[in-house]
Design a protein around this ligand. Structure first.
Ligand code: SF4
Length: 177
């Protein structure tokens, strides 16, 4: 892991923010093919909510990526300056809102990279997202750490053993400073 996840801070409580306009969703997001297919399995119900046909929701390119379940990934399309699943005229992610509305765990539909943000992964390592490191994340700077905000999501995806390990690492770093 990159220890930056314990140090880098940001606003954190995204839907309480009044100024970012969901800018972290402007570039779309990488998704495993299995995630893409789970989203498309709800396409009949999602199309009127997303407001565009399903064949434009993902880019055509599929790339090998061993960090994703199944080893293959694609990406959500960007439409009018934002992820195709970004709600227009409202805050947040249409996939997340749709899942809550249907009483479905949002992890079933929302991409893992989106749920973990601003913690991410690459080449077998947990990392801070690039936007947080290069300063382009508009709310980076103060607030809870990336790890504090992503901890429950990391627990959901990777289980309590990883959280125990990460908590130990955080504690040992705090003790040594
Ligand atoms: S899938 Fe949802 S949370 Fe992820 S980038 Fe798109 S709109 Fe944002």
């Amino acid at each position: 892991m990159d220890d930056a996840i314990f140090d880098r801070r940001y606003f954190g409580f995204c839907l309480q923010c009044t100024f970012c306009h969901d800018s972290c969703c402007q570039h779309g997001v990488d998704v495993a093919l299995a995630e893409r297919d789970r989203i498309l399995s709800h396409a009949d119900a999602l199309e009127p909510i997303v407001g565009s046909p399903r064949d434009g929701w993902f880019v055509d390119r599929v790339a090998e990526d061993v960090d994703f379940p199944g080893g293959l990934a694609t990406r959500t399309a960007v439409v009018d300056g934002g992820c195709v699943f970004l709600r227009r005229g409202a805050r947040g992610c249409a996939l997340h809102a749709f899942a809550i509305d249907r009483g479905v765990d949002y992890h079933e539909l929302k991409p893992m990279v989106s749920a973990l943000f601003p913690v991410t992964f690459g080449e077998g390592t947990l990392l801070c997202s690039e936007e947080m490191l290069d300063g382009s994340l508009i709310c980076a700077g103060e607030g809870p750490t990336a790890y504090e905000m992503a901890r429950s999501e990391l627990a959901w995806y990777f289980g309590p053993e990883l959280i125990a390990e990460l908590d130990d690492r955080r504690q040992s770093r705090a003790s040594s400073t």
